[in-house]
Design a protein around this ligand. Structure first.
Ligand SMILES: Nc1nc2c(ncn2[C@@H]2O[C@H](COP(=O)(O)OP(=O)(O)OP(=O)(O)O)[C@@H](O)[C@H]2O)c(=O)[nH]1
Ligand SMILES: [Zn+2]
Length: 211
């Protein structure tokens, strides 16, 4: 199955962007106009005239991840690493995504570690994978699972650990209104799943401790 389409479970397979009719830019702008009027403001006042255009442009950027393939960034691996087989960790990758329930941002950091099997991947590519999945409507759990699944499928490492920590604006600005709450999600495979000591080592590295 294509990782772009992959969801947490087979019973919830998603349509690919190609299977969904994408409204035209004009239709999207008209929808923003409708929302502006619904808030109680006047979409024809000067300050709001260009807002539908700006919002649609901003959405193209914020949700650009639907039109990118994360796998493509993981295809190139390097095997000339002096036989290095120990842990590789990229810590504190900042990301911003949007929750699929309210379309409000959740913002945080991703931490990724793996034990190479055949080769290593360019470090920036791990951050690119995070960005591509983050630029879609997400739950934090699904985002974590999609990042882990793409890297695990492509690199087949001896073990992979992914931890995301984020603050959800839908819990901060509205609803329950609890600023400062962080949500942590993890996904472990291979030796990180099988060996508690490896999980503990990862958690210690995430927190900035030593081995
Ligand atoms: N599990 C999970 N829940 C999320 C995430 N982002 C937002 N939510 C939650 O999604 C839930 C949606 O609940 P609903 O009762 O359908 O919607 P709501 O009435 O807007 O809920 P409140 O936020 O409690 O006002 C809320 O509890 C949110 O906190 C996420 O990434 N993962
Ligand atoms: Zn939400």
């Amino acid at each position: 199955m294509d990782a772009v389409l992959k969801n947490g479970s087979a019973s919830h397979q998603r349509k690919s962007p190609k299977e969904i009719r994408r409204p035209s830019r004009e239709e999207a702008e008209a929808a923003v106009r409708t929302l502006l009027a619904w808030t109680g403001d006047d979409p024809d006042r000067e300050g709001l005239l260009d807002t539908p255009k700006r919002v649609v442009k901003a959405y193209s950027e914020l949700f650009g991840g639907y039109f990118e393939d994360p796998i493509q960034h993981l295809e190139r691996t390097f095997e000339d690493v002096g036989g290095y087989k120990d842990i590789v960790m990229v810590r504190g990758i900042p990301f911003h995504s949007h929750c699929e329930h309210h379309m409000l941002p959740f913002i945080g950091q991703a931490h990724i570690a793996y034990y190479p099997a055949e080769g290593v991947v360019g470090l920036s590519k791990l951050a690119r994978v995070v960005d591509i999945f983050a630029k879609r409507l997400q739950t934090q759990e699904n985002l974590t699972a999609q990042i882990a699944s793409a890297i695990d499928d492509q690199l087949a490492p001896r073990g992979l650990a992914v931890l995301l920590e984020a603050e959800h604006q839908c819990m901060t600005m509205r609803g329950v209104q609890k600023p400062g709450v962080s949500t942590i999600t993890t996904q472990f495979t291979g030796i990180f799943q099988d060996e508690p000591a490896e999980q503990a080592k990862f958690m210690s590295l995430v927190r900035g401790g030593g081995l």
